[in-house]
Design a protein around this ligand. Structure first.
Ligand SMILES: Cc1ncc(COP(=O)(O)O)c(C=O)c1O
Length: 417
């Protein structure tokens, strides 16, 4: 056996979960209306999607994508650098620069790629990245994709960030990178404090990954920077189109020269195929709707409050959140899988978040809201949660989130087999 075969053969976690009938991943959907989805012939209320504005099935958005297919075909068959560019990609960049109040923007094929190649290209040996310990995997990949030194600071811990900034030579360039909305808990980055530190420490820039903020947070859906009134202070914003924008793709916005540099130097952008025009057209339409129809964002905010209060009334340990992500703390990994299975039996789709996405023993169930959820959908979900809470004894006193931020090692699902 070579080392590849050995490594793969020795990986047992997923097989163990399959064996005990609690494997919660890759559930094949056979149809979707957005808020209701079909899995294996069973209709379920979707409580685990990032479709925050509920626009994946909006008639005008779908039509825009269909029109683009008719005009440009199903794929761009190459990099934007060479043959894959279109006027839609460029319109999208102009629109996003304006939307984020930045000089320029660059559209890429996924949000992951945007962080990976964006961070990886901009900072170099001699520079420093200060990265929150709960940042998304694409940011971690971006940090590994450069010879700059990455310093990880404790999650949302401004004392630790300040201390770590102070240890770096003043003349070195420092890029603070945070998720605007942390993807597992829905908690916001402490942008006001981070901006204050940037003002105090020379040669410091801020990059906010607003994957979960774009379209969902801020008075007009412009994201976490808008929520805090700090749009002028954030140097770089990255975001994805795979959540509230109801499509696929990624964007980075900032100064003109920075975007020009990325356009010509970011390997993951240059050497990868362009975003399909159908996806670009859908995003353009969603942007238009965000600006012209504030009711979607308003309805999302109402739904967040309704479900949050519903969870609290049921006595469920819901983690603090100011976003459409509402996570219920469970703790035990296997118990969280049982909760997901029990909810599915009752017709509710929710997702477990397990180690290593969270520290071992701090499993959560991540639920998320859409503007298109009706009150009946949410009542149906709350009724299911109530039954599962009784069945699996989930009603506990308010959880501490401290545990979420401690690391654990040496875990294996095999012990549950
Ligand atoms: C915070 C964050 N950044 C980036 C991404 C990657 O986005 P995409 O799905 O477009 O690759 C995600 C998606 O899960 C995310 O949650």
């Amino acid at each position: 056996m070579n080392s590849i075969e050995k490594r793969c053969a020795e990986y047992k976690d997923a097989k163990t979960l399959q064996k005990i009938g609690l494997y919660p991943f890759f559930r094949p959907m056979t149809g979707s209306e957005g808020r209701r989805v079909n899995y294996g012939g069973k209709q379920m209320v979707m409580l685990g999607s990032n479709n925050y504005l509920g626009l994946t099935h909006e008639a005008r958005v779908k039509q825009a994508a269909k029109d683009a297919i008719d005009k440009y075909g199903t794929g761009c068959t190459g990099s934007r650098f060479l043959n894959g560019n279109s006027d839609l990609h460029e319109q999208l960049e102009t629109s996003f620069a304006k939307f984020f109040k930045k000089e320029a923007a660059l559209v890429m094929t996924t949000g992951f790629l945007t962080n990976y190649t964006g961070i990886g290209t901009l900072v170099e040996k001699g520079d420093f990245i200060l990265s929150d310990s709960e940042n998304h995997a694409s940011i971690i990949a971006g940090c590994r994709n450069t010879q700059a030194k990455t310093v990880v600071f404790n999650h949302n811990d401004m004392v630790d960030l300040e201390k770590k900034l102070a240890e770096i030579p003043a003349e070195a360039t420092k890029l603070i990178v945070v998720d605007g909305v942390f993807s597992m808990t829905g908690e916001l980055a402490k942008l006001p404090e981070i901006v204050a530190l940037k003002k105090k420490v020379p040669n410091t820039w801020i990059l906010v990954d607003d994957a979960h903020g774009l379209g969902a947070i801020g008075a007009t859906g412009r994201g976490t920077a808008e929520f805090f009134g700090l749009e002028d202070e954030i140097d770089l914003i990255t975001a994805t189109f795979s959540k509230a924008m109801a499509s696929l793709g990624g964007v980075i916005a900032g100064k003109k020269d920075v975007i020009h540099y990325l356009r010509h130097r970011a390997r993951g952008f240059i050497f990868s195929a362009a975003l399909p025009t159908a996806s670009a057209a859908a995003v353009l339409k969603v942007l238009e709707l965000i600006e012209s129809e504030p009711q979607h964002l308003k309805k999302l905010a109402e739904n967040i409050e309704y479900l949050k209060n519903g969870y609290k009334n049921l006595g469920l340990p819901v983690l603090p959140s100011q976003s459409p992500i509402l996570s219920i703390w469970i703790g035990d990994e296997v118990k969280s899988l049982k909760v997901v299975a029990a909810l599915a039996d009752l017709g509710v789709f929710a997702t477990p978040v397990l180690f290593p996405a969270v520290p071992f023993g701090n499993a959560i169930i991540r639920t998320s809201l859409m503007a298109s959820h009706s009150k009946e959908d949410l009542d149906f979900a709350l009724d299911a949660w109530s039954k599962v809470a009784d069945q699996l004894q989930l009603r506990v006193e308010a959880p501490s989130t401290d545990g979420l931020h401690s690391r654990a090692a040496g875990y294996s699902f095999e012990k549950f087999a």
